[in-house]
Design a protein. Structure first.
Length: 202
């Protein structure tokens, strides 16, 4: 009898192994639940951004989060991949220096996963650039660390159209008015970002 009792106990799983299995199941259930919550939250954000109250909230938050530097009006369309803005103003300490009207953007957010900004179409009825922006702080020389940083982001603009572009005299020497249309592609935006200096433009 003692021998049979010993063999029977040996064939049964140990309580510790059972606890580990239960804990593993709980962890898997928790991970699945968290994943579901995140998915629902993202879905709710996208759905909310495509409703009247959600769009008004985004408009308010854009101004709030940028300290009033960027002001948008009239958000419509399907956010975030195909939407329109009635107006977009970019300000500095002296007021609005860049303004766009009737903007439409059709792009692929998923393309960013492959380090590419793919813009199917960017159009605007009017772009006004009265002057160059002024900086609130004196420019600092670029550090070696900043110079070595890179986004490694390519840009593919398949359609660009601005029906009326107004440039102020402080930029071009005299006021100018023209239109812009075309397309373009660059493999990396890094040389543009590292070499661009607005005050040095003619």
């Amino acid at each position: 009898m003692p021998r049979d009792e010993t063999s029977r106990h040996a064939s049964q799983p140990t309580p510790r192994a059972g606890r580990w299995r239960r804990m593993a199941r709980f962890v898997l259930v928790a991970v699945a639940a968290l994943t579901g919550v995140v998915a629902l939250a993202l879905a709710g954000l996208l759905v909310g951004a495509n409703t009247g109250p959600g769009r008004r909230f985004l408009v308010r938050q854009t101004a709030s989060l940028t300290g009033g530097t960027v002001v948008v009006e009239g958000l419509s369309g399907r956010f975030p991949d195909r939407f329109a803005l009635a107006r977009l103003d970019i300000r500095d300490t002296q007021g609005v220096w860049l303004s766009l009207r009737d903007i439409r953007l059709d792009w692929s957010p998923l393309a960013l996963l492959g380090r590419k900004a793919r813009i199917n179409a960017f159009t605007a009825a009017q772009l006004d650039m009265a002057r160059l922006p002024v900086s609130a702080q004196p420019a600092k020389p670029a550090s070696s660390q900043g110079a070595s940083s890179s986004l490694k982001l390519g840009v593919d603009i398949r359609q660009l159209a601005v029906r009326r572009l107004n440039v102020g005299a402080p930029i071009a020497g005299q006021a100018a008015r023209f239109s812009v249309s075309g397309h373009g592609r660059i493999s990396s935006i890094d040389p543009v970002l590292h070499g661009l200096s607005l005050p040095s433009l003619p």
